[in-house]
Design a protein around this ligand. Structure first.
Ligand code: SME
Length: 137
């Protein structure tokens, strides 16, 4: 389900914080399951506007995480065949699923302009964060 207005403001703040604190996070946003449809809908984000406001399950890195239920770290997007390009500047991406009551209801998506930038600590931070975020959804 799409988050409520108040929740959207909080999620936008989370995006801004990550964007400000981690130099190689260059696009930070949330996608959520779009009602009953097997597709993701873009939620709050910080960064350049993207054409990918709706992503079918299975398509791109985001769509794959929607069905795999697992964090997907992509050190080099040019190595991925099932990838949806938002910007030619994007070199790497990490997508972490968000679970509510055991269901995969959305994700956080980070793009970087640097190749292979994401550390184990980034992954741990984002997985912790997604767990925290699920509590307000
Ligand atoms: N690159 C993503 C699409 C979303 S944009 O990065 C914001 C993908 O392959 O699913």
């Amino acid at each position: 389900e799409s988050p409520k207005h108040n929740t959207e403001e909080k999620l936008e703040k989370v995006c801004h914080l990550l964007d400000q604190e981690i130099s190689y996070f260059n696009w930070t946003g949330f996608y959520f399951k779009n009602g009953d449809k097997d597709e993701l809908k873009l939620g709050p984000y910080v960064g350049a506007p993207t054409d990918h406001t709706i992503i079918p399950y299975g398509k791109g890195i985001c769509g794959q995480v929607a069905v795999s239920n697992e964090t997907f770290v992509v050190p080099d997007v040019n190595e991925e065949s099932n990838y949806l390009s938002c910007s030619i500047d994007t070199k790497a991406e990490i997508v972490v699923p968000i679970f509510k009551d055991g269901k995969n209801i959305g994700q956080i998506d980070i793009d970087s302009h640097t190749i292979d930038p994401f550390t184990a600590e980034d992954r741990e931070l984002l997985e912790w964060l997604c767990n925290e975020v699920s509590k307000i959804l």
